[in-house]
Design a protein around this ligand. Structure first.
Ligand code: PMP
Ligand code: GLU
Length: 397
């Protein structure tokens, strides 16, 4: 009999990936499912990036590459950090990985001993908690409800810190809430972080460019916490490159070297062709993303407008990413024929079966009152999905 490890048995499947798998299965059975479950841009990778990949192949960049990434890519990332974020990371402080997911896993494996506490503001992106658990860390959730725009304050952070705290992980713009931390809010966190010099903070900025109302702000911009921050970013979201698999960190030297060591044993460097293509993305003027960002902005307006017309649904005003995370708790206790909707998971299941719309339950993101809509889909698709959701919810009593 195969006995899987306790580590594996304690791990949850990624809810975002599970839901998109389920909707793919239903679609292959001929069901007209609309999937708003996966955080994946529906745009194609820009042509100039594909051209760079073709050129890399033609020039035989097809061999093993340095574990932390090609030097020229890391120089481009270093320039990007300076240009877009006013952050100084030299090439040796940058480690390129197979997706930001691996970047995060590297950092966690590098820092966490069994029993170490990792502060994760909730709602959080699903994989943070599972990666921490694999490393033997103890996730400490700090709840930031909808009334606080799903963001924590320095005071909330201070309350959660104990002598066992080693790391904090959060994203801005946030998956799943779309919330964006302002410079003042980050400064408030930094005032607490600097008082705990052994605390490291992983600031996940993968949605940096998908920010509708403000300038993106990085936590590492503050000199007094710079040495405590690891900045995570990647090409998946802004550059519509989810399948290419490339993420990166800018980090204090000791952490960057440690991540290179871990990666050297697990996967080595990410695809040579992807790396060469990513140089084109890093060197490009982010203004080329404007059309895509305005498309996301108008989709956000469409989804928020439609949700505002559904009784009992409450939303924040998401400033970035491509998610809305509505509170649907007004529907708990209502009946779907014979069975009762107890929580957001029941509601998502009901909406999948009744409306044929795939969403992800807030449970997976640490807030069981909410569900996540990914609006990385065409306006036509979103209109139809919102029409179906409204109709299905009106049937509950
Ligand atoms: N961080 C956040 C907040 C995300 O939503 C995602 C989405 N996959 C990732 C990291 C990982 O991105 P990737 O591995 O595709 O670079
Ligand atoms: N990060 C995306 C999401 O939240 C992609 C899926 C995943 O990697 O979990 O949906």
């Amino acid at each position: 009999m195969i006995q899987l490890s306790e580590r594996l048995l304690a791990m949850e499947e990624s809810a975002t990936i599970a839901m998109s798998r389920k909707s793919r299965e239903l679609k292959s059975e001929g069901k007209d499912v609309i999937s708003l479950s996966l955080g994946e841009p529906d745009f194609n990778t820009p042509q100039f990036i594909k051209d760079a990949a073709n050129e890399a192949m033609d020039n035989n960049f097809t061999k093993y590459m340095p574990v932390p990434g090609y030097d020229d890519l890391r120089e481009s990332i270093s320039n990007k950090f300076k240009r877009d974020n006013n952050l100084n990371y030299n090439k040796d402080q940058i480690v390129v990985s197979t997706g930001a997911k691996q970047s995060i896993a590297n950092v966690v494996l590098t820092l966490i001993n069994p029993g170490d506490e990792v502060i994760i503001p909730a709602p959080f992106w699903v994989s943070y908690i599972e990666i921490v658990k694999v490393a033997g860390g103890v996730p400490v959730l700090v709840n930031a409800g909808i009334d606080k725009d799903f963001k924590i304050s320095g005071k909330d952070l201070a309350h959660a810190i104990t002598p066992k705290t080693k790391l904090m992980i959060f994203s801005t713009p946030c998956n799943p809430t779309g919330s964006v931390y302002s410079r003042t809010e980050l400064r408030d966190l930094a005032d607490v972080i600097k008082k705990f010099p052994s605390l490291i903070v992983l600031c996940d900025e993968i949605y940096e460019h998908i920010n509708f109302e403000s300038k993106h702000e990085s936590l590492a911009q503050f000199d007094d916490v710079y040495n405590q921050v690891v900045t995570v970013n990647g090409v998946s979201k802004a550059w519509a490159m989810t399948g290419w698999r490339l993420g990166y960190i800018g980090a204090p030297m000791a952490i960057a070297s440690a991540c290179t060591k871990v990666q050297g044993q697990f996967t080595s460097g990410t695809s040579s062709i992807t790396q060469k293509a990513a140089i084109a993305a890093m060197d490009a003027d982010p203004e080329v993303l404007n059309d895509m960002i305005s498309a996301f902005k108008s989709r956000r307006g469409l989804v928020l407008g439609a949700l505002a017309e559904i009784p009992g649904i409450k939303t924040n005003h998401p400033g970035g990413a491509f998610y809305v995370f509505p509170d649907c708790s007004a529907y708990f206790g209502k009946m779907n024929g014979k069975s009762m909707i107890k929580d957001a998971s029941d509601l998502c299941l009901y909406l999948l079966e009744e409306a044929l719309v795939a969403l992800v339950t807030g449970d997976a993101f640490g807030d069981p009152n909410c569900f996540r809509i990914s609006y990385a889909a065409s306006e036509e698709t979103l209109k139809e999905a919102m029409r179906r959701i409204k109709k299905a919810l009106a049937k509950l009593d």
